[in-house]
Design a protein around this ligand. Structure first.
Ligand SMILES: Cc1cc2nc3c(=O)[nH]c(=O)nc-3n(C[C@H](O)[C@H](O)[C@H](O)COP(=O)(O)OP(=O)(O)OC[C@H]3O[C@@H](n4cnc5c(N)ncnc54)[C@H](O)[C@@H]3O)c2cc1C
Length: 360
């Protein structure tokens, strides 16, 4: 009898699994993908879309179509619980999918649960991106919360959009640390100067304590007015693993071994933002790693069914980041190296377009 593999989420690693399946089948295995949207939106192109450089179709991959080419049955649903002992996945509409092997690549969220009923919005999960960005970029005083790569880049792109469209007002950013806290401090200083030059107001080392309809309050007592809050304060886990009583880190991301297998269940795999590697617990939640885990995950799924030894994923020591800062300029960061110019943006544009081409 044939076995069943469930792929949950259409994240970067699973795109690679689908691509491999278009080339080579796994014998006697029925494969289904469960994901809440037929499209996978690529965050590398979020800044360009925000600024108005890319169209919707540039930013997304039609997963249903890719799945069809890979002979994978696509199910447009959101997974809410997994019962490993019974080999069952439960979806938001309480439908139940049995499996022999399951793999998760469901990414992360940005909005903490306690803010869900407030005015704060976000663009993760990524299928909410277009609607939320289109709403906030038309407002006069959008406020971005979070000064990491995502928050910084989106604030700069919102600013560029407003300039081009002649929308009055200004972009504001509040962050609990310095801008780009994971880079050397001189890189943060450079980014601060860029924000100052562009007239984007920044509050560093300030925690947002309260989100109200037209203002936020910080821990230091600053009341900052806004016409919309975009929350990009770092990766938050989907509640599925906690609800399913699986072994997770303190933020709810599932623990996996270097083979990308769940700690207690070798027939469960996971990659991308939704997992934390036991051997590399500090690995950033970044698309770079989700992309690199893809080929290892794909190989291991093939090997697992064939009962062959699995590969280990060994993350690269340093990753290249190029942030779009508006008007086709890029801010490149690679370890201690950093510069800001048009060439960097061109490089980013090429990397992102090549990535999309591979899966379209
Ligand atoms: C504005 C912004 C810009 C960024 N730019 C970059 C960048 O330039 N470079 C970089 O390396 N990183 C960047 N990141 C980080 C990057 O987005 C994430 O690290 C990356 O998307 C993680 O990839 P993933 O494959 O884990 O998940 P995702 O790409 O988030 O994909 C998750 C998939 O799972 C689906 N899904 C979600 N929940 C469920 C569920 N419950 N059940 C089933 N399916 C589900 C989603 O629909 C989606 O298809 C950026 C983030 C933001 C917010």
């Amino acid at each position: 009898m044939s076995k069943r593999l469930l792929l949950v989420g259409a994240g970067h690693s699973h795109l690679e699994v689908l691509r491999r399946l278009t080339e080579e089948r796994i014998d006697d295995v029925d494969i289904c993908m469960v994901s809440p949207s037929r499209y996978q939106y690529y965050s590398g192109m979020f800044s360009g879309y925000t600024e108005g450089l890319y169209a919707t179709e540039d930013t997304r991959i039609d997963v249903r179509q890719l799945a069809r080419q890979a002979r994978v049955h696509f199910i447009e649903k959101r997974a809410v619980e997994v019962r490993p002992k019974q080999h069952k996945l439960i979806c938001h509409d309480r439908s139940v999918y049995p499996f022999d092997v399951i793999s998760f690549d469901i990414g992360s969220r940005s909005l903490p649960e306690h803010l869900e009923e407030t005015q704060a919005r976000t663009i993760k999960p990524n299928y909410t991106f277009i609607e939320e960005i289109e709403r906030i970029r038309e407002t006069t005083h959008p406020l971005v919360v979070g000064g990491g790569a995502a928050g910084t880049e989106i604030a700069l792109s919102l600013h560029a959009y407003k300039e081009k469209q002649g929308i009055p007002g200004n972009v504001r950013l509040v962050t609990s640390e310095r801008l780009l806290p994971d880079t050397p401090s001189w890189v943060s200083k450079r980014m601060e100067s860029l924000f100052e030059k562009k007239g984007i107001q920044v509050w560093e080392n300030e925690k947002v304590e309260e989100v109200d309809e037209d203002y936020i309050m910080t821990g230091k007592g600053n009341k900052i007015r806004h016409t919309g809050v975009l929350w990009l304060g770092g990766a938050v886990s989907d509640p599925i693993f906690k609800h399913s009583d699986l072994d997770t880190d303190d933020k709810g991301f599932a623990h996996v071994e270097s083979t990308l297998q769940f700690k207690d269940y070798p027939f469960m795999f996971g990659a991308g933002d939704c997992v934390t590697m036991l051997d590399h617990p500090k690995l950033p939640k970044s698309g770079v790693y989700a992309v690199r885990q893809g080929p290892v995950l794909a190989d291991n799924l093939y090997h697992f069914f064939k009962k062959e030894p699995l590969q280990e994923y060994d993350p690269q020591k340093q990753a290249l980041y190029i942030l779009s800062v508006g008007h086709q300029k890029g801010f490149l960061i690679y370890g201690p190296v950093s510069f800001c110019n048009r060439r960097a943006w061109k490089m980013k544009n090429k990397i992102d377009r090549d990535f999309m081409k591979k899966y379209k």
